[in-house]
Design a binder for this molecule. Structure first.
Ligand SMILES: C[S@@+](CC[C@H](N)C(=O)[O-])C[C@H]1O[C@@H](n2cnc3c(N)ncnc32)[C@H](O)[C@@H]1O
Length: 192
């Protein structure tokens, strides 16, 4: 049986505080410039829409890497209408709108990181996507903390996994917080 002393509790407490600090300033998952570069290169010149964009940190890093390509990047979040997420910073011009009301079909790539688990919202977004659109999803898999079960089932039945090269790059670079199992998934929609 593992036993803890007071010093261990101090370390654990510091780790939790660091995670909380990162979350309110940047986001729920750790996102790196090298990952943003890989995404921007793979989908150069395309139209992105990010849903549930939170602080806009992902949007900021990807658009910085997009440079002067003809691509575009719109990011949406309703700023915690349901929950107060406690964000202390916005890194991008995140548009304050309900993503369930958006027409997202004009984009080539939908970015969705850490959609809530308890609601059917992530499912609604992927149902609203059109055939041929790419979904870059960052979160946990089936049975995890992000996206309800029906969301994961819908991805399995209506999408196929895409761009294995980029997927490997993103996941090789990915670091996550202790106890979380988030990773990147890339899907393309095949059927309504
Ligand atoms: C768990 S947070 C994830 C935020 C960010 N993607 C990240 O990884 O840090 C979920 C986000 O979804 C947003 N959200 C929830 N329902 C929404 C809706 N219907 N329309 C727009 N944003 C919504 C919340 O405001 C919150 O910022």
């Amino acid at each position: 049986m593992i036993s803890f002393n007071r010093k261990d509790y101090v370390d654990i407490n510091e780790y939790c505080l660091a995670q909380e600090k990162y979350r309110v300033e940047f986001g729920w998952h750790i996102f790196l410039e090298s990952q943003a570069k890989a995404i921007a290169e793979a989908y150069k010149g395309l139209k992105f829409i990010e849903v549930y964009a939170g602080t806009g940190y992902v949007a900021k890093l990807i658009t910085e890497q997009m440079g002067n390509s003809n691509g575009s990047y719109l990011a949406y979040d309703n700023n915690g209408v349901i929950n107060d997420w406690g964000y202390v910073k916005k890194h991008y011009d995140v548009i304050n709108e309900d993503v369930l009301e958006l027409d997202i079909t004009q984009a080539d790539v939908i970015v969705m990181c850490w959609p809530a688990y308890a609601e059917m919202d992530a499912l609604t977004v992927v149902k609203n996507m059109r055939i041929g659109q790419v979904l870059l999803y960052q979160g946990e898999g089936y049975g995890g903390c992000t996206g309800c079960d029906e969301f994961h089932e819908y991805l399995e039945s209506n999408f196929h996994e895409a761009n294995p090269e980029l997927l490997n790059t993103l996941n090789d670079l990915h670091v996550t917080w202790d106890g979380l199992h988030d990773r990147w998934f890339i899907y393309k929609k095949d059927k309504e």
